[in-house]
Design a protein around this ligand. Sequence first.
Ligand code: ADP
Length: 527
Amino acid sequence: MMQFPLTLDHLVARAEKVFPGVEVVSRRADRSLHRTTYGAVCARARKLAEALARWGLRPGDRVATLMWNHAAHLELYLGAPLAAGVVHTLNLRLHPDDLAYIATHASDRVLVVDEVLLPLWEKFRDRTRIERAVVVPSSGGGEYEGLLSTAEGRWTPPVLSEGDAAGMCYTSGTTGQPKGVVYTHRSNALHALGVALVDSLALSHRDTLLPVVPMFHANAWGLPHAATMMGCKLVFPGPHLDAVSLLDLMQAESVTCAAGVPTVWMAILDALQREPGRWKLAPGLRMVVGGSAAPESMIRAFDKHGLTVVHAWGMTEMSPVGSVSQLGPDAPRLSEDEAYAQRARQGRPTPWVDIRAVSESGEVPWDGRTPGELHVRGPWVASGYYQNDEARERWTEDGWFRTGDVVTLDATGSIKVCDRLKDLIKSGGEGISSVDLENRLMAHPAVKEAAVVSVPHPKWSERPLAAVVLREGARVGPAELRDFLAPHFAAFWLPDAFVYVDAIPRTSAGKFLKSALRERFADWTWG
Ligand code: ADP
């Protein structure tokens, strides 16, 4: 067979030839819609590559972005690698101190920044070595167009190798310095294929895809690459991520597949329940949920609205998708409850992702019961962090990446994430899954959100405390919540305290920030 490189220029060339007319729609900051096509986006990505090279970008140089999801960000995703550059997406939800650290650690040379994000850029620009910042105005035109116009169209692009770096992300990490992950052309290409498979997200040329997950977070789950590979119409939400804006956009553009973290979908569910019938969404709409566990109650509730939740698990270090929960050939024989339980798992690993779960006594059996830390390896799993040796212990000597997730594996390799290792509650030496408790609590009609954390305890060393956010106008006492949980868990699992809070603190990716809750309740006095 031919030695044909898995490089992203192939995606661009194919899109230009096979589906140049397929649309890429973006909601601008001023809420107007910008409509373009893959043909135009790819032509502009080529111009961008040439312009960057003429400016002085060398192979391997980092091109940072500080941008929302829109067509220009896709041009960066495709264009920087065409110039053998590395697109480094800066997470705009991070603190300016972190951004300064990350941009410096990555040696970013040039930055492309949305006009609406200039105030953020001003807060850390003096602490970076970025040589040039190019502004993308909210209304088109401006500096970014100026950069593109320096391309003359007479340029020989560099020959790319599949092992070349193409992208870079830092994990937000709740402790320690952020850690960089470098993706290659090959890993991006293979990951895009893996994500698109029918038993993964089933992305097709007939799909209209809305990545709500930000392009500055874990490659937007590889969706920009996968969409450009498969020819999906793309719809970008820009900075408008509230439920009504998203539902309006899904309706207007007949979105068939949307992807985001549970927080986003909880808000959408809330809106659908408040105003049933207001939105006419595409029949069979899939909603890909990942980043945190999708509660079973949410999957059930969306089904009532005719919307199908597809649950996926991943990590920045895995490009990020590692597994997707799709029903298998036994689906017709499953009871309704069994089917929901399966869909709420994190699912089977995609092809090319090897998994094992390891406890203190070695690799655990795939029996659906014995917990162990999930280890992974594969062509889109990082082999180390960028210029960071401190975290070497995340990789085993025999070549696996330690995910830090405690899981059980069933006989078919379907993963169930019990907890993050650091969130697991150890009561009297026994593990309690905070995730299972939370997901059950959130099935209570009065509960909007719930996070369960470990709190130091004199006798049991740790005990679970549940922080609960109630729905507007709803009331429910601790005793009722305990009774609601009791049928589903061993008695020692039940939280000893229920605390009502206004909001659960969140990470930059919208996940529950449990370390903040643990700190807040560290001095809790048990009654
Ligand atoms: P961070 O949020 O720290 O930047 P990632 O986005 O890479 O990092 O998060 C990866 C982690 O998110 C996983 O190790 C896992 O704990 C959690 N996670 C991701 N998807 C799921 C899921 N579907 N269910 C439960 N946990 C998930």
